[in-house]
Design a protein around this ligand. Structure first.
Ligand SMILES: [Zn+2]
Length: 294
């Protein structure tokens, strides 16, 4: 049995495994991202999927392992935002939880505050802006925020436009962005949303220079200054598709498990916090990938 929580690169398979337990939207997005062999969304009688609130199509997995119910969160966010409902955790005996931001320093401002500050900033800033975020997930939310602003035109890269289509079809949300053509002109009141990994490409740097555009980095990591300097951004906003530290704690409380395994990001730190709170918590070992290992 293969389970695919969502279609982010770090969670995708090497070789397409054919039938996988995932949402239909995750299968469509994975097929957009990967050429070649396609995957089909399947199901398994022992597996229940729960909307994970991370990106479109993302699911947490509750596995009935006979003697224990095992909840595998994948990436999660408990915040209702845009076209996503926040993750509502079911109770389980064993919890395997992502801990990307499993440190108290990573506490995000309220969602509405970050959204309002970004839209206000788009309204008040002179000249074109180039916003960077993950092509799947962040980029769609950035488009919706630009839509709310007084910016004239909104452009996205081809990769983002290709991912917009299945998300728009599944959620009914209109993105209304034009595909960026490198011959086009970026006007003073335009916005361009690009995948983060294009940040340092020569054509992007020369576009930013020639139009005197302001660059924007958007990520949960933006709660720390290092994110701004590492990315060379002019401005950053802490908009995240993950739980922050407090939200992770609240997920654990609601699941009320007998055993917790942490993985990704600050896994050791978060396990220590849980241990201090009386939980039986350990970091998931790197080679521990099969449900039977739990
Ligand atoms: Zn992810």
């Amino acid at each position: 049995m293969n389970v695919l929580s969502h279609a982010h690169g770090d969670h995708l398979y090497g070789d397409a495994p054919g039938d996988v337990v995932c949402s239909g939207l995750t299968a469509r997005l994975a097929n957009v991202r990967r050429d070649g062999e396609r995957i089909e969304a399947g199901s398994h009688p022992a597996v229940e999927l729960y909307p994970a609130g991370h990106i479109a199509g993302s699911r947490a997995t509750l596995v009935d392992a006979g003697d224990a119910r095992v909840l595998y969160t994948g990436d999660i966010s408990t915040r209702d935002r845009f076209y996503l409902d926040g993750f509502e955790p079911p109770s389980a005996d064993v919890l395997v939880i992502e801990t990307t931001y499993g440190k108290p320093a990573y506490t995000f401002p309220p969602q509405a505050t970050v959204e309002r500050e970004l839209v206000d900033w788009l309204d008040d800033t002179d000249g074109p802006v180039v916003l960077f975020g993950y092509a799947l997930g962040r980029a769609q939310k950035l488009q919706l925020l630009v839509d709310r602003s007084s910016r004239d035109r909104l452009f996205v890269s081809d990769a983002i436009a290709a991912l917009n289509e299945p998300i728009a079809a599944a959620t009914g949300v209109e993105f209304g962005a034009e595909r960026w053509d490198r011959e086009a002109e970026l006007g003073a009141n335009d916005a361009l949303v690009l995948p983060t990994q294009l940040n340092k490409l020569a054509w992007v740097e020369s576009l930013v220079e020639s139009t005197d555009a302001t660059t924007v980095g958007v990520s949960g990591w933006a709660v720390e200054d290092a994110f701004k300097y590492r990315g060379g951004y002019d401005v950053t906003f802490p908009l995240s598709d993950h739980c922050d530290f407090e939200e992770l704690l609240s997920v654990v409380e609601r699941v009320d498990p007998e055993r917790v395994h942490t993985q990704h990001g600050f896994a050791d730190e978060f396990a220590r916090h849980l241990t201090r709170r009386g939980y039986d918590a350990t970091t998931l070992k790197r080679n521990q990938t099969s449900i039977s290992d739990f």
